[in-house]
Design a protein around this ligand. Structure first.
Ligand code: G1P
Length: 278
């Protein structure tokens, strides 16, 4: 089973930082943000497929071996640094390319030759699930429902729903919903719930088939959410409601900074000092 991470976007919210540097390579604490998603994906899959743009070779270099750096770190006895560099180069990552920015659904479709006729995960690299516990919980729900698709959602204030894909459905208890409708970025007064699509999906192979014929939707883009809504006519689909402390966003400057603070605190057991010189 594969995990697909779309990473071909331009990162315009982070300009000028992302003028040359892909937004996926911005650090969160000590790691580039995309490495969190890759490591999380490999907990439940045998290979992570990054849907890259041909201009972002830096991402591919990060997950390749760097023998010159490794030799140097070994020579100077920096064993801990050697280990983290080696680890990044050993992660099982492959690449496909999205040559036109036609939307998230289109990006996912580029990975079809890799996912074949198996179910697959889609992971939005902007989101970090630091305990790597969301995908296994989604897999469990899917296994309990004959391999149905499962989508992670998070409850957001109603006035923010227009930034997200939103679900409607029936509460089955224990944070599990049976979905009966999905809408991408609905106007606030038309949103069917406050349960927003987070960026972790476990999808049946039928989703790939339907993406081939999904027409552009909101924003003129081929939306993954629209393909999922179409699948609902044929297959059951479930949602897992994720707690706010199970997932962190890095997609805006504000959330990137607060996620850096949270990851630093997780690693060090305290927030950064207010007075750096004290
Ligand atoms: C995408 C998805 C949306 C989801 C969101 C989560 O939108 O299309 O359904 O809720 O990610 O961040 P984007 O943020 O790329 O506009």
């Amino acid at each position: 089973m594969k995990a697909v991470i779309p990473a071909a976007g331009l990162g315009t919210r982070f300009l000028p930082a992302t003028k040359e540097q892909p937004k996926e390579m911005l650090p969160v604490a000590e790691k580039p943000v995309i490495q969190y998603a890759v490591e999380e994906g490999l907990v439940c899959s045998d290979e992570v497929v990054i849907v890259n743009s041909r201009d972002k070779k830096v991402i591919e270099n990060h997950f390749a071996s760097n023998d010159k750096l490794l030799t140097h770190l070994k020579e100077v006895g920096k064993d801990a640094a050697y280990d983290v560099v080696k680890h990044a180069g050993d992660l099982n990552v492959s690449y496909v390319y999205q040559d036109e920015a036609l939307g998230l659904g289109h990006a996912v479709l580029m990975a079809a030759p890799k996912t074949g006729d198996e179910a697959f995960f889609v992971m939005l690299g902007d989101v970090i699930c630091p305990d790597n516990d969301v995908l296994p919980a989604m897999k469990k729900i899917s296994d309990e429902h004959n391999g149905a698709s499962v989508i992670a959602v998070v409850e957001v204030p109603m006035e923010k729903v227009d930034r997200f894909g939103v679900i409607a459905g029936e509460d089955l208890g224990d944070g599990v919903w049976k979905i009966d409708k999905l809408v991408e970025k609905p106007p606030v007064d038309e949103a069917p719930s406050n349960k927003a699509v987070l960026g972790r999906y476990l999808l049946s192979p039928r989703v790939m088939e339907l993406l081939k014929t999904t027409k552009p939707g909101v924003g003129g883009e081929i939306q993954l959410t629209d393909a999922l809504d179409a699948v609902l006519a044929e297959e059951e689909m479930y949602a897992l409601v994720v707690r706010h402390d199970q997932a962190y966003d890095t997609g805006t400057i504000e959330t990137w900074i607060s996620t850096n603070m949270a990851m630093f605190a997780k690693d060090n057991g305290r927030l950064p000092a207010e007075d750096q010189w004290a």
